[in-house]
Ligand binder design. Sequence first.
Ligand code: TMP
Length: 237
Amino acid sequence: MQKQQLLYKGKAKSVYETEDNDLLILHFRDDTSALDGKRIEQLARKGVVNNRFNAFIMQKLADAGIETHFEKQLSDDEVLVKRLEMIPVECVVRNFAAGSLVRRLGVEEGQALTPPTYELFYKDDALGDPMVNESLSISLDWANEAQLARMKELSYQVNDVLKALFDAGDLILVDFKLEFGVFHDRIVLGDEFSPDGCRIWDKVTKKKLDKDRFRQSLGDVIEGYEEVAKRIGVPLS
Ligand code: TMP
């Protein structure tokens, strides 16, 4: 499958059409962004690490019966995916408090959230991805009630599968973001899963091993991603 026209250049990935109208190619670049794209840097190896990380996680989700857009890893930094009609809502599951939840509610970072929480954000960088809810999503015609219910169910299923996977590597899955789309009338996971879109801490030391290393200028960003990859068994070469 060959890349054709560039359809969209995202903050970290470029999306290309293919000769099959149902399939797209994603190119994982080394670009790393924070502050809704206002801060961008190149981090060596990031595209390759995230592509391999994502392929590994997508296979684990498929094994658990969760349908994703993932079709096939094409090269070190390219993947073939289904073309979905994306729903402009980001779904966030949190097992422990961090990030915007800590800023919004003043709770302590690391506080356990029992049961895990589920939040929706409207995908719009210019607005800073504001928090929304199901009622707004339906009234603004982003998704219908059944689609939103399915997105929530799948998000929690992903949490169950991945919490256990990271736990086996002595890691804590703190939170993560997922996006979904429609493929032939079905809701399908249409997002990468990599340390760019989740928080992962060492179980004992609570060391941050995800994109917070970049957001908080902690250094060794990709080394953190590689450490996680090694512990959960992602083949990096
Ligand atoms: P938050 O604490 O900033 O709301 O983020 C929660 C989780 O979702 C965290 O793992 C980062 C991820 N996330 C993204 O990857 N992209 C986004 O646009 C948002 C809002 C969150």
